[in-house]
Design a protein around this ligand. Structure first.
Ligand code: F6R
Ligand code: MG
Ligand code: MG
Length: 364
């Protein structure tokens, strides 16, 4: 059975500040998607949140980039924005960059990850969602899952994974894409994906079967809008088990927190902390950045789950380490490398201040 899994997300208003989603907003989204399921447009759905981001997880048989599905998501965000406005939540409707829907939510603010596939006998799915960071945050975890044998032993000892994976990488500044075959092209690939603010892994495919294994959202809201309107707070869908990494291999990269762009005012480096859904409440200096993982088994498109994967105690040490890293970074205050380099900051006063002081700069 061919099924499409669409994860479409937007920040339609924060509670309190940018730290959390309001239950009434989630309830409204649930109402909208329940109606679509009753009408037969959706096979199934699950509404959840990561920090201030509303996450619509939907299964259907309309294929990727389908106008009806994207309109459903857009209309749901618009209805949820009405709820957010009524409650005077912070930044109500902040990710809806246009007043009118025009066929597809891509480029209009919401984040999108979609994949169509033939449902396997057992179809295990992990959906990663992050808050207070951008899409490049998935580069290192995806590399580890699908190309690093120190993370994924299956690459070495599982005959159905030994041929490796192909990575589709997008240059979000020049709007170009390239595919790298691993393991033989990892050195070339790392030249690019090691610069995650520009080069982002969009999708991963099994090299022999060509089956889709992972897909991420690669929107950069600031590039779309031409001004700061929030970090992208990305999502990523990953199929697990069998010819793709096991659940434990998919989640293992998050047991060693890394530094990612985002955090306060989208202008800092901070540790990506794996947390349960209830703990996705970035409150310290609006952070540190969070990642949640929900797991499902699919059954004829029905979402059996979710399991809140990072609720597991085995991530306690990672959370502790992330808090220590947060302290270390905060010690730098407004200095790099905590603060992002000038061209990557989402907030800046540089043009105004430089203009004001223009006449005071003299030659050395
Ligand atoms: C970062 C984020 C927050 C806000 C900050 C200022 O992604 O969402 O750190 O940037 O709270 O928010 P505004 O400008 O809405 O007052
Ligand atoms: Mg927000
Ligand atoms: Mg957010």
């Amino acid at each position: 059975m061919s099924i499409t899994l669409s994860v479409i997300k937007a920040d339609v208003g924060g509670y309190v500040g940018h730290s959390e989603s309001h239950p009434d907003v989630l309830a409204k989204a649930g109402e909208c998607l329940a109606r679509a399921k009753k009408d037969g447009l959706l096979v199934d759905y699950h509404v959840t949140k990561c920090g201030d981001d509303l996450q619509l997880i939907m299964t259907h048989q309309q294929g990727e980039d389908n106008e009806k599905i994207h309109k459903l998501a857009w209309d749901t965000f618009v209805d949820c924005t009405q709820v957010a406005k009524k409650l005077k939540l912070h930044g109500a409707g902040q990710d809806l960059l246009s007043d009118a829907f025009s066929g597809n939510v891509r480029g209009m603010g919401p984040g999108v990850a979609e994949m169509e596939f033939e449902e396997r006998v057992a179809e295990t799915i992990i959906i990663l969602m992050a808050d207070k960071t951008s899409s490049g945050a998935w580069n290192m975890p995806l590399y580890k899952m699908f190309a690093d044998p120190f993370n994924t032993i299956g690459l070495v000892i599982a005959p159905n994974m030994h041929s490796g994976f192909a990575f589709e990488v997008h240059d979000v500044k020049e709007h170009k894409k390239i595919t790298f075959n691993t393991p033989e092209e990892i050195y070339d690939m790392l030249v690019f994906i090691g610069a995650p603010s520009r080069y982002m892994i969009k999708a991963v495919y099994h090299r022999e079967t060509k089956n889709i294994a992972a897909v991420s959202s690669t929107q950069r809201l600031s590039l779309i809008a031409g001004r700061y309107i929030g970090k992208d707070d990305p999502v990523c869908i990953i199929r697990a088990q069998g010819e793709v990494p096991a659940v434990g291999e998919v989640l293992e990269p998050f047991s060693s927190p890394i530094l990612v762009e985002g955090w306060m005012r989208g202008s800092h480096q901070g540790p990506l902390m794996p947390v349960s859904i209830p703990d996705s409440t970035p409150t310290r200096f609006d952070g540190p950045p969070r990642v949640v993982a929900v797991g499902f088994q699919l059954s004829g498109g029905m979402l059996i789950g979710p399991r809140d994967m990072f609720a597991d105690k085995s991530y306690d040490l990672a959370r502790h380490q992330a808090n220590e890293m947060a302290d270390l970074m905060r010690r730098h205050g407004p200095f790099e490398p905590h603060r992002l380099p000038l061209e990557e900051m989402e907030y800046t006063t540089m043009p105004e201040v430089a203009k004001k002081l223009e006449g005071r700069f003299t030659d050395l």
